[in-house]
Design a protein around this ligand. Structure first.
Ligand code: DGL
Length: 270
């Protein structure tokens, strides 16, 4: 049985920026009793256009920051960091580390009828082929079409999720995938759940959208249960948000994701 203080320790979640708060939102829904420390590396975002070595270095530094604060498990909420660094993190740190890729793949394959899968994500995520590989390993018959969609994150960060310019960019990005007749679209980026309303309108419900945030939260719950790590305390769990750069814009984004629950956002020095 783990030490009592380990059970009451917080979960650590990191992302290159504030997009990973979509995972925090899902975690709080599924595991309302858990305390969470979130680290957003807003000083160095985006990770999606960086080289694999740099992404790995950043991911290790992010995880170090969280483990120094005594978290009991780490969630790499960033798809780009997961795609390039998950194995490294799992072999480097003693606490369990969970990424968003496996949950995303699992959610994709949950519908056995899916035949043609489209994946959209950052350049780093798509170039790593991690999603493509993982899907193909489990379902070799699957047709997989991936597209890097680097302009989407800046639009979302700007709050332009319904803007005509975003819709034009989305149409352009999605055309090759739609031409291939994809029946499922994997949103392989922390930010993309915020596009679900506009995507639903554009695609008219014909294509299943896969967002890994809720499946990731379900993975975390099973991990906590299997390690007997659920927080038992009845007191209110805490939520601490750290950012490596504290701009007004980032704080606005935090509130957009979490509402007023976010509390005071703190500065992280890695
Ligand atoms: N968090 C990144 C991801 O999920 C998106 C933003 C970035 O490029 O850093 O891939």
């Amino acid at each position: 049985m783990p030490a009592k203080d380990l059970r009451s320790a917080p979960l650590g979640v990191f992302d290159s920026g504030v997009g990973g708060l979509t995972v925090v939102r899902a975690l709080r829904e599924l595991l309302p009793g858990e305390s969470i420390i979130y680290l957003g590396d807003t000083a160095r975002v985006p990770y999606g256009s960086k080289s694999p070595d740099t992404i790995r270095r950043y991911a290790v530094e992010d995880t170090q920051f969280l483990t120094r604060l005594g978290v009991k498990a780490v969630v790499a909420a960033c798809n780009t960091a997961t795609a390039h660094a998950l194995q490294l993190l799992q072999s480097t740190f003693r606490v369990p580390v969970i990424g968003v890729l496996e949950p995303g793949v699992e959610a994709t394959l949950a519908d056995p009828a899916c035949q043609r899968v489209g994946i959209i994500g950052t350049e780093g995520t798509i170039r790593s082929s991690a999603y493509q590989y993982s899907l193909a390993m489990r379902r070799p018959d699957l047709r997989i079409h991936a597209a890097a969609t680097p302009l989407l994150v800046p639009f979302i960060e700007e709050g332009w999720t319904e803007h005509p310019a975003l819709k034009a960019v989305l149409r352009d990005y999605l055309k090759p995938l739609l031409d291939k007749g994809v029946d499922t679209l994997v949103l392989a980026c922390t930010h993309y759940p915020l596009l679900i309303p506009v995507l639903k309108k554009m695609l008219g419900g014909k294509i299943r959208l896969v967002d890994s945030a809720s499946t990731c939260a379900a993975h975390v719950r099973s991990l906590l249960d299997s390690h007997d790590l659920r927080r038992a305390a009845k007191s209110k769990p805490s939520l601490e948000i750290y950012l490596t750069d504290l701009s007004e814009k980032a704080e606005v984004m935090v509130r957009r994701f979490l509402g007023d629950d976010a509390g005071k956002v703190k500065m992280a020095v890695l």
